[in-house]
Ligand binder design. Structure first.
Ligand SMILES: O=C(O)[C@H]1O[C@H](OP(=O)(O)OP(=O)(O)OC[C@H]2O[C@@H](n3ccc(=O)[nH]c3=O)[C@H](O)[C@@H]2O)[C@H](O)[C@@H](O)[C@@H]1O
Length: 454
């Protein structure tokens, strides 16, 4: 019986050798196999694909169909290439318009360099303030909800080591470390602040509480941007800071006027109760480059109407008065006020007063063109006379406006002329873009798109 284990062993060895041989044979066959055999089963799943890769098995009709498909594909590729070329041009234009070099900023050492928060820093006044403080060498943090502010106003600082832009609505609290706060956030043009009166009130009450709370926590100095509107339709002329005003608390302007009055009240409550260092600027009518095209205020309306040869619309009889200050004068005043030790409200405005009718003719003369000046319906609660008494600003800040009206208007008209050219060009470009065959093709193929079956 000793033979049985030996026979078993032989059988085992023979079987193992056979298995190895079979495996080797299978491996060898798989190397030699025509790859089309493998694809044949896939071809049943996707005949078009199979036929495209292996045209040898197709009849003439199928070949013709495939040829048409290939041709269509080539056309589509050409169209896509045209589309890519258009996009590349646009990217190049964008790159060219993005400044590679930042405006020169002064170097300030750690002791003199401040961290400054500007709420509404992407807006018209805020962005000019950003420019001046950046050039002075400070670290500037802009907070804006972009309701009326625009990234374009501060884009020349994006990426600079001293600059930060935060998309945030100050109706919600903000936790950062700063030395100074310029609280400018609020719509300021009547059509904008009347558009959402509740939001205007929230911004000027809850927003101001948040900023005063932040100032208290981090012991920062805070400047509140108040307004000549706190005087309402004034019965005292010109308006000194000691005048308490004449405001309709339930009229269409109340959301802004009363909002700013509460903002002032809050500032002095925080100053008294919490020792917060507050500065209050009462800002009178201000104009200049970066005003929004749809701002709706008199300066932008009249200039745009004159540039477009449209009727210049004077609301009411045009006998109401305003005094216009150029934005750089305001920025100088705000920075001087922040630096001062003076905590009572200070008027910042240009005391040169004009009726609105006179102002319409000034603009028409400076712009030229064929516009007519016409009276339209009066605006409800429109203040009838406004002119700042700037005695206080002169004595405590040694500040007064420097830019004469015609010079400021000249710069502002040039700005709006460029803006109009830009928006015309933009409309032309977008027409060209949306009418291009490539875009049409992409839109069509998106509509006809059917996902592949697997
Ligand atoms: O420019 C500003 O700084 C101020 O603008 C507004 O105050 P308002 O003086 O009413 O500003 P505008 O809308 O520019 O109006 C000025 C005058 O021009 C008139 N106006 C305005 C626009 C227009 O197309 N036609 C026209 O006759 C208005 O009725 C008003 O009498 C805001 O309420 C203030 O808070 C802000 O500080």
């Amino acid at each position: 019986m000793p033979m049985v284990p030996i026979a078993k062993k032989r059988i085992k060895v023979t079987a193992s050798v056979l298995i190895v041989l079979i495996l080797l044979l299978a491996l060898y066959r798989s190397f030699l196999k025509d790859p089309t055999d493998v694809n044949r089963s896939e071809a049943n799943l996707n005949k078009d694909h199979w036929a495209f890769v292996h045209p040898k098995i197709m009849d003439d009709g199928e070949k013709e169909g495939i040829h048409q498909k290939q041709q269509k594909l080539v056309n589509q590729i050409e169209q896509a290439k045209a589309q890519i070329a258009i996009l590349e041009d646009r990217v190049r234009a964008l790159e060219a318009s993005t400044p590679r070099k930042y405006p020169q900023v002064k170097y300030l050492n750690y002791k003199n360099r401040k961290r400054i928060l500007i709420t509404g820093g992407a807006g018209f006044v805020g962005s000019h303030l950003v420019d001046t403080l950046m050039v002075q060498g400070h670290e500037v943090i802009v907070v804006d909800n972009f309701f009326t502010g625009r990234k374009r106003n501060v884009e020349h600082w994006l990426g600079h080591e001293n600059f930060e832009l935060i998309h945030h609505d100050i109706v919600n609290p903000l936790f950062i470390e700063v030395d100074e706060i310029y609280h400018l956030a609020s719509p300021a043009s009547p059509p904008h602040y009347m558009y959402n009166p509740v939001k205007t009130i929230k911004t000027n009450t809850m927003g101001t509480i948040n900023m005063l709370g932040l100032a208290k926590r981090v012991m920062a100095k805070v400047l509140i941007a108040s307004t000549s509107e706190v005087y309402g339709d004034p019965t005292v002329h010109p308006q000194p800071e000691t005048y308490w005003g004449h405001v309709n608390p339930i009229g269409p302007r109340a959301c802004y006027d009363e909002g700013k009055r509460v903002s002032e009240t809050l500032s002095y409550a925080y100053a008294k109760q919490e020792n917060v260092k507050v500065r209050v600027a009462r800002i009178f009518n201000t104009y200049g480059p970066r005003m929004h095209m749809n701002d709706g205020r008199v300066v932008s309306n009249f200039i745009l109407q004159a540039l477009r040869n449209e009727t210049i619309t004077v609301y009411g009889n045009g006998k109401q008065t305003r005094s216009f200050q150029y934005v750089s004068d305001l920025v100088d005043g705000l920075i001087s006020l922040m630096a001062s030790n003076y905590s009572q409200p200070v008027n910042l405005g240009n005391p040169v007063e004009h009726t609105i009718e006179e102002f319409a003719w000034i603009i028409k003369k400076l712009v030229g063109g064929k516009s007519e000046v016409k009276q339209t319906d009066a605006v409800e609660d429109d203040p009838q006379r406004r002119k700042p008494d700037i005695t206080r600003a002169k004595s405590v800040l040694n500040w007064e406006p420097k830019v004469p009206l015609d010079m400021g208007l000249y710069r502002t008209i040039s700005y709006f002329r460029r803006e109009l050219e830009r928006s015309d060009q933009f409309q032309k470009d977008s027409r060209k873009y949306f009418d291009s065959p490539a875009v049409e093709y992409i839109q069509q193929s998106r509509q006809n798109f059917v996902p592949d079956k697997i």
